[in-house]
Design a protein. Structure first.
Length: 211
């Protein structure tokens, strides 16, 4: 957990002005009720907020494409995501805290207070998603996850980070669906990923993806 020294630490007893940004009416109702019960929290419009509780949505396939919205927020944000694999991308996109949708509970008060004071926070159970176990080759030859991406593969992984399907990648690059699938499989193999999301996370660690 780290802190921005340029931000003042406010007393925990001071009401936290929070803007809840979500398109999910069930989440909005549930979290609004929770925040009201916790006390010391005032749900306000975005323009008056000190902290934003930002929901990535229920569609995991669209989460990566929506993350750049975090950079447009005028105040620190705690991102609500549905998959632990989205923790690293959310932090890379500028989130100051990350929580899972099914774990939003009373502890959110402490997270919001910490983020308001300039800290970066997350549940300790999510930390392992930032450092997944990677196989280590036993020989000096390049193994899974050790290959360098070609320029075309770098283009493909950038489009993967935007949540595009193989067909949309093919359309964007002017190649066949078969060729797009071939490049996606190559990217996943070279990055040591078993899913498209894991490939994007690893590409972010290597600085290959810009959100």
């Amino acid at each position: 957990m780290t802190r921005n020294p340029n931000l003042p630490i406010q007393a925990v007893s001071d009401p936290i002005k929070v803007a809840l940004l979500t398109d999910d009416p069930l989440l909005k109702t549930g979290v609004s009720s929770l925040l009201a019960q916790l006390g010391s929290i005032e749900v306000v419009d975005r323009d008056r907020a000190e902290v934003v509780l930002w929901d990535a949505g229920v569609d995991a396939a669209k989460t990566l494409a929506r993350l750049p919205e975090l950079r447009l927020l005028p105040v620190p944000a705690v991102a609500v995501v549905g998959d632990p694999a989205h923790v690293a991308p959310a932090l890379a996109a500028g989130a100051r805290g990350v929580v899972l949708r099914d774990q939003v509970g009373p502890g959110i008060h402490a997270a919001l207070a910490a983020v308001r004071s300039g800290l970066t926070v997350m549940d300790t159970s999510l930390a392992t998603s930032l450092v997944p176990n990677q196989p280590v080759p036993s020989t000096g030859t390049p193994g899974k996850g050790k290959g360098e991406l070609t320029e075309r593969e770098k283009q493909v992984v950038q489009l993967l980070s935007e949540g595009l399907s193989n067909k949309l990648i093919a359309d964007r690059l002017g190649i066949s669906d078969h060729t797009a699938k071939f490049h996606v499989n190559g990217v996943m193999m070279k990055l040591g990923a078993s899913t498209r999301t894991e490939a994007v996370v690893e590409a972010m660690r290597r600085g290959l993806v810009k959100l």
